[in-house]
Write a protein that binds this ligand. Structure first.
Ligand SMILES: C[S@@+](CC[C@H](N)C(=O)[O-])C[C@H]1O[C@@H](n2cnc3c(N)ncnc32)[C@H](O)[C@@H]1O
Length: 348
C-alpha cells in the first residue's frame, strides 16, 4: 500500500488518500515530500497526548451534563468511561511533542491534496461565502491567502478580474492551473502587492486563524479596498471557544511539526474591523453537523470508518472519536465550524 496523504482541513475532518483511493482514511502524518527538515520558527513546543484529547471530550460532555443538557445516566456513563480510558492508557500510547512550522511549509506539503473531496469545513463554509459573493457587484477582486484558488475560481466565474496572493508556492501552482485567467502573486496578506483603493472586493477565506494579530492583517486588506468596497472573511473555529486543535505532522526527518493557529471570538473580529471603517453586513456561524458520529463510531458526514489510532503516532482526533462516541457527540454538539463575515467599507 502507498503512503496515505492528507486532504481536507487541519481543523476539520480530513480525508486521506492512498492507492485504495479517496475516502480511505488514515492518520494525517504520512506526507510525501522532499524537504530534509522543517525550518525552525519561534513558538511554543506543544504536547499532544491521545488520552488528553479523549478525557477532554469527556470533560466537556460532563460540563454539558452538569449544566442540565444530559441526565444522571449520561453523567455516570462518562465517569465510567474516564476510568476505562485511564485503564487503557498504555494501549493508547504516549503523547508527542511538536514544534511550530511555517504555514508556507505546512501548506506546500498539503497542496497536492488540498482540493480532494471530504473536507467538511469547506463544505460548510462555501455555500455561505458564495451566497454573499453572488449578491455583490462585479469588478476587481482580491483573493487574499487564495490557497489552491477555490474562491478565486468562483470569483472569476462571476466575471470579476481576480488577483490571488498566497505565501505557499505549492498552493499557488494549483491555483494557477485552476484559474489561468487570474493573476497570482506569492505574497503575504500583510503586504499585498497592490496600490491603495485598487480593488472592489476582498475575499480572505480560512486563513486568518494562522495570523496572530488581526489588526494589521485587516488594515492591509482595507488599504487595497476602495471606499464602499466589500470584504468577505471566513475562518475556522476552535473546538470550544478559544481552544484550537493544531494538527501535528511528521517531517521527513521524523520530527513533529504543527502550524500555529489562533481561535478567536466574534468580538475579536469586530474589535479589529470596526475601527478601520468596516461595517457589518452579515455574520454567520454555521455549525458542525450534530451528531457527529453514529453509535458505531462512523462519521455521519460521509459514512467513513476510520482506522484505529496507532500508539506512538501523533494523536489523530478523527480516529480517537470512535473510542468515546457519546462524549464526542456531546462535546462537538452545536459547535460552530466556521465564521463567515460580510463587511463593507464606509464611503470616503
Ligand atoms: C486553509 S487554506 C485556505 C485557502 C483558500 N483561501 C480556501 O479557502 O480554500 C489557508 C491558506 O492561507 C495561506 N496563508 C496563511 N498565512 C498566510 C499569510 N500570512 N499570507 C498569505 N497567505 C497565507 C496558506 O498558504 C494557505 O494557502
Amino acid at each position: 500500500m502507498g503512503s496515505p496523504v492528507l486532504t481536507g482541513s487541519a481543523l476539520t475532518n480530513p480525508t486521506l488518500v492512498s492507492e485504495q483511493g479517496v475516502g480511505h482514511r488514515r492518520p494525517p502524518f504520512f506526507f510525501p515530500g522532499v524537504i530534509d527538515e522543517y525550518s525552525r520558527i519561534d513558538g511554543p513546543v506543544i504536547y499532544q497526548h491521545p488520552l488528553a484529547y479523549l478525557l477532554g471530550l469527556d470533560g466537556i460532555a460532563l460540563l454539558r451534563a452538569f449544566s442540565g443538557v444530559y441526565d444522571r445516566d449520561f453523567t455516570l456513563a462518562r465517569l465510567r468511561e474516564i476510568q476505562t480510558l485511564l485503564d487503557s492508557a498504555e494501549d493508547l500510547g504516549d503523547g508527542v511533542e511538536a514544534r511550530p512550522i511555517t504555514t508556507r511549509e505546512g501548506y506546500d506539503r498539503w497542496a497536492p491534496l488540498y482540493d480532494e473531496p471530504g473536507n467538511q469545513l469547506l463544505d460548510i463554509e462555501q455555500p455561505i461565502v458564495r451566497e454573499i459573493l453572488d449578491g455583490l457587484p462585479v469588478g476587481v477582486a482580491l483573493d487574499a491567502a487564495c490557497g489552491t484558488g477555490r474562491h478565486t475560481a468562483y470569483l472569476a466565474s462571476l466575471g470579476h478580474k481576480v488577483i490571488g496572493v498566497d505565501t505557499s508556492p505549492g498552493m499557488l501552482v494549483r491555483a494557477r492551473d485552476k484559474v489561468p485567467e487570474a493573476e497570482f502573486y506569492e505574497a503575504d496578506l500583510h503586504d499585498v502587492p497592490l496600490p491603495d483603493d485598487s480593488v472592489d472586493l476582498v475575499v480572505c477565506a480560512i486563513a486568518l486563524s494562522h495570523v496572530e494579530d488581526l489588526g494589521p492583517a485587516l488594515a492591509e486588506l482595507v488599504r487595497v479596498l476602495r471606499p464602499d468596497g466589500h470584504l468577505v472573511l471566513s475562518d475556522s473555529r476552535g473546538l470550544i471557544g478559544d481552544i484550537g486543535l493544531p494538527l501535528v505532522r511528521v517531517g521527513p526527518g521524523g520530527e513533529f511539526g504543527y502550524m500555529p493557529t489562533y481561535a478567536r471570538l466574534a468580538s475579536d473580529y469586530l474589535a479589529a474591523a470596526l475601527p478601520l471603517g468596516l461595517q457589518v453586513r452579515r455574520c454567520e456561524e454555521p455549525r458542525t453537523p450534530s451528531p457527529l458520529l453514529g453509535d458505531d463510531g462512523v462519521t455521519l458526514y460521509d459514512g467513513a470508518r476510520l482506522p484505529d489510532p496507532v500508539p506512538g503516532d501523533p494523536p489523530y482526533i478523527w480516529s480517537l472519536h470512535a473510542l468515546a462516541v457519546e462524549a464526542t457527540n456531546a462535546a462537538w454538539r452545536g459547535k460552530p465550524a466556521a465564521i463567515v463575515w460580510h463587511f463593507q467599507l464606509s464611503a470616503a
